[in-house]
Design a protein around this ligand. Sequence first.
Ligand code: SF4
Length: 393
Amino acid sequence: MGIEVGVDRDMKDHSQVALLGLDRAELAELVADLGEPAYRAQQLLEGVYRQRVESIEQVSTLPQQLRAKLSEKGISVGLPKVEKQFVSVDGTVRYLIGFADGQSVETVWMPEGDGGDVGEGSGDAEAGDPQGKLATRGWGRATICVSSQVGCAVDCQFCLTALLGVKRNLTAGEIAGQVLAVLNDQKVSPQHDRINLVFMGMGEPFLNYDNFIKAVRLLVEEVGLAESRMTVSTAGIVPRIADFGQEAIRPRLAISLNASNDELRTQLMPLNKKWNLERLMAAAREFPLRNRERVTFEYVLLHNVNDLRENAEEVVELLRGVKARVNLIALNPGPGIDYETPADENVEAFQKTLRDAGILTFVRRPRGRDIYAACGQLKRTVEIATAPAPSVP
Ligand code: SF4
C-alpha cells in the first residue's frame, strides 16, 4: 500500500513513502529534509498531480541524481495500478485498481455522465467545448465513480459491496490515485475535458473522513478538478454531515435515503438504528448550502418493498423544508441480493408523486449492467468471476 506520511512523521525515515497523497506542505517538508532547494517540491507536485507520472524517473524536471536519491530512499510515486478492466456495451468501464499491499477496489468510468445527478448544468455537454472536440470523441462529459474503502461496513441489505465487509480504509493517496489512474488510462485531463467525480464506489466516505477530505483537497487544488463537479454520497453518518458542511473545499452532498420511515430504513440500512430519520433529516435541513446547491437524496427502489404510493407520500413529508433533489434508482440485479427490480409503472408513479409535490426528481439510467458496474454492484471481480452477468436491459 502507498504509505501516507503526515507532517508529524519523522521524515528521516523515508522507507516506503508514496508521494501521491502528500500535500504541498508535506512535500515541502520532505524536500527540505532531503537537503534539496524548496522549488523541488513544486516540481514533484507538478509531476505527481498534473503530469500524473507513474515513476519518479518520469519527472523530467528533476536532475538524474535527485531521481536516483529519491528511489534509493524508498520514495516512490505510489500510483495505483489498473489490474483489470471490463468494458460495457454502453461505454462504461469498470476498473479493478490494485494497491501495493495486494488489496484492490473498483473504480468506474462513465462517459456521457451518469444520468445527471452531479453538478448543476452538467447536462450541457457542449458548454466550454467550442471546437466540439469532446463531441467528436463520442462523449461530452464523463463521470468517475471513486471508492473510499476496501469493502464497506455499513451493511445496506440491497448492496453487493456490503457482502464483502470492510477490509480497510484507503489512504488519501489511494483515493486520489484511482482518479489519476483512470485519467491516465482514458488519456484525458481535467484541464481539457469535462470530468465529474462521484464518491459513490465501494465504502462509506464519511467513515474514512480525514483521508476522503484530504483526497478531495488534492484533487481540487493540485489535480485541477472542480469541486462543483464532485458529489459525495453518505449512508447517513450524521455527525460527519455537520463536519462536512464546515469544509472550505467540499463536493456536493448526497444522502442515500432508500426508505420512507424508520422501520423500513432500519430493515434496509441497519445504521438507521444509530442515526434515525429524524436526526438525518435535521442534519440535511441544517446543512449549509451554496448558491444554486441542493442536497441530493438517492432512493434505490426495491420491488414491493419501498416503491409503493404510501412510500412516495412519506418521502414527500420527510423532504419538507429541505432544498432537495431526488434520484430514483431501480435496483440493479445481482447475486446474493434478496430484492427485485421494481416495475416500470411503480418507478413512474413514484416519480410523479414526488414531482407533483414540487420535488425535483430524476430516474437514473442504469450504467454498465452487463459488467456489474452500476450502483451497488461494485464487488470484487474475483468474487463474481463465477457468477453469470445479467443481460443488458
Ligand atoms: S450502499 Fe454504500 S454505504 Fe451501503 S453497504 Fe453499499 S457501499 Fe456501503
